[in-house]
Design a protein around this ligand. Structure first.
Ligand SMILES: Nc1ncnc2c1ncn2[C@@H]1O[C@H](COP(=O)(O)OP(=O)(O)OP(=O)(O)O)[C@@H](O)[C@H]1O
Ligand SMILES: [Mg+2]
Length: 475
């Protein structure tokens, strides 16, 4: 059948390619098998469809050489079947009856090439060489996919492992997050005070979901200048406004196939809220300066540390958007309401910082734990974490004592500290005042001391109507 036979120039390159031949003529399969082996391929032959199916199932076949006229079945049906079950498998069709109709149908159904029997050695060699490019590409993609999913698996495990908590509240939160992750299109609203771990939970939902191999795009709209908000979210066309020097994808498009985390949604201007609602409902967006909408498949996870009902009452947040967002609502209680988490978090952060700061892991005094359990943590886990970092730096001996945790705030007059059953608001107000005073009314430094973000400090200052006069600032 073949005009000549001979070794491939580079059997090494061919060594790993697996080729299966399905043909009911033993003469043909025997010959082609010899040829394939000489070329350095791993070859399999099947003289009936059933055997072919078994080999396809058990071996990672790269290329199928398929006769279209098999006894009792049409090779074209088999072609359809294998393309459905193994979309990346390449198929070369061979037949003694080369009618054009069969050729066209085979190629339409996904065959990559067609050979008419009898054919010469060079014909099949050329056909395989041509197919090889696609097979190599499939392999590269497969390796990349495996690598990606390995990275995301590692990251996913890391994120879950590093979310600490033993209280029943945090277990409920985690369970809700895992449930949410199973519904990859459902919006989720996460509420909770600043520093309670809202972003961590959002990441867990993403990395546990079918979207995990795609982007997790975290956006805090309060960090974006108002005039740029729309183009940041929806993208823009080059030249659509001064400064639009290139076409640009917005967050909705960037998050295609992934998750868009809208942090602090309450800070979003009301007119943008309407546009965002439409984007969520229609799953399409139109870039600034464009007319044609583009579709994008994202999931929204939104977070806020505000009392959302109050915002709705004040008409600062759209009720229809809230209804869209809170299909699943996860609330993370403040740390002071889940005291059982303090000790595990403490131990976790102590070893984290000891390792990072190259210090031996210190013992933790009993009084330290008791003290922390009585502290209200207005900045929640973030505050605890910062406090521990400072304590590890300050710690001289081999045991962390209450002293190492003494912040200015805690060493204020006894009256402050005795309020274990404190009036929360009053306590928060006092803490903020103290921090501001301590840091000479520098908001960044005060926020840092409190373990909250500057935005959160500003919001709290507004809430308590704390105004800083110029004279105080310059003191
Ligand atoms: N359960 C937890 N286990 C480990 N680390 C946590 C946990 N909860 C929060 N953290 C850590 O505390 C810090 C604050 O968490 P995060 O940024 O998720 O809070 P947030 O609720 O989004 O706060 P904000 O409202 O200020 O944005 C992060 O460093 C985070 O890793
Ligand atoms: Mg956050």
């Amino acid at each position: 059948m073949f005009s000549n036979s001979g070794k491939s120039e580079n059997p090494q390159l061919n060594a790993q390619m697996k080729v299966l031949v399905i043909d009911d003529e033993t003469n043909f399969t025997d010959e082609i098998e010899e040829f394939l082996q000489n070329q350095g391929y791993i070859s399999y032959t099947a003289n009936n469809v059933q055997k072919g199916r078994t080999i396809l199932k058990n071996q990672d076949i790269d290329l199928l050489i398929l006769d279209v006229r098999l006894k009792g079945v049409s090779g074209l049906d088999i072609l359809k079947e294998v393309k459905e079950n193994y979309p990346k498998l390449e198929v070369i069709i061979v037949s003694a009856h080369g009618d054009m109709e069969t050729v066209i149908t085979a190629l339409r159904n996904g065959a990559i090439d067609y050979l008419k029997k009898p054919f010469r050695h060079t014909d099949i060699q050329i056909a395989i060489q041509r197919t090889r490019k696609f097979i190599d590409l499939h392999r590269v993609i497969k390796t990349m996919e495996e690598k990606n999913s390995l990275i995301s698996r590692t990251l996913q495990e890391k994120i879950k492992r590093e979310f600490i908590g033993e209280s029943h509240q945090i277990k409920d939160v985690l369970e809700m997050a895992l449930t949410a992750s199973k519904y990859k299109d459902t919006s989720v609203l996460i509420t909770g005070e600043s520093g309670t771990g809202k972003e961590n939970i959002a990441r867990i939902i993403h990395y546990e979901s079918d979207r995990k191999d795609n982007v997790f795009c975290a956006v805090n709209s309060s960090a974006i200048t108002d005039s740029l908000l729309e183009s940041e979210f929806f993208g823009h066309k080059k030249g659509s406004f001064t400064g639009a020097i290139n076409d640009k994808k917005g967050f909705f498009e960037v998050s295609d196939q992934g998750t868009l985390f809208l942090d602090e949604i309450a800070d979003m201007p009301i007119n943008l809220q309407a546009k965002i609602l439409r984007a969520i409902e229609e799953k399409t967006i139109t870039r600034v300066g464009e007319t044609d909408p583009v579709s994008t498949d994202f999931r929204i996870i939104a977070a806020t540390n505000h009392d959302i009902d109050q915002l709705i009452e004040e008409k600062k947040f759209r009720l229809d958007l809230l209804h869209r967002l809170n299909t699943i609502h996860i609330h993370i209680p403040p740390l002071r309401e889940r005291i059982d988490d303090i000790e595990p978090l403490l131990r976790y952060f102590v070893s984290e910082f000891a390792r990072k700061l190259n210090k031996p892991i210190p013992q933790i005094g009993k009084d330290t734990i008791a003290n922390l359990k009585n502290y209200p943590f207005p900045g929640n886990v973030r505050e605890l974490r910062n406090m521990i970092e400072r304590a590890i730096i300050l710690c001289k001996g081999d045991t962390l004592t209450a002293n190492d945790f003494q912040t200015k705030i805690q060493s204020e007059p006894e009256a402050q500290r005795e309020k274990v059953n404190f009036n929360l608001e009053e306590n928060e107000l006092n803490l903020i005042r103290l921090a501001l005073k301590e840091k000479f009314y520098n908001q960044n430094k005060s926020a840092e001391l409190l373990g909250i973000t500057r935005d959160s400090l500003i919001r709290r200052m507004k809430k308590f109507s704390i105004q800083v006069s110029k004279s105080e600032k310059s003191k």
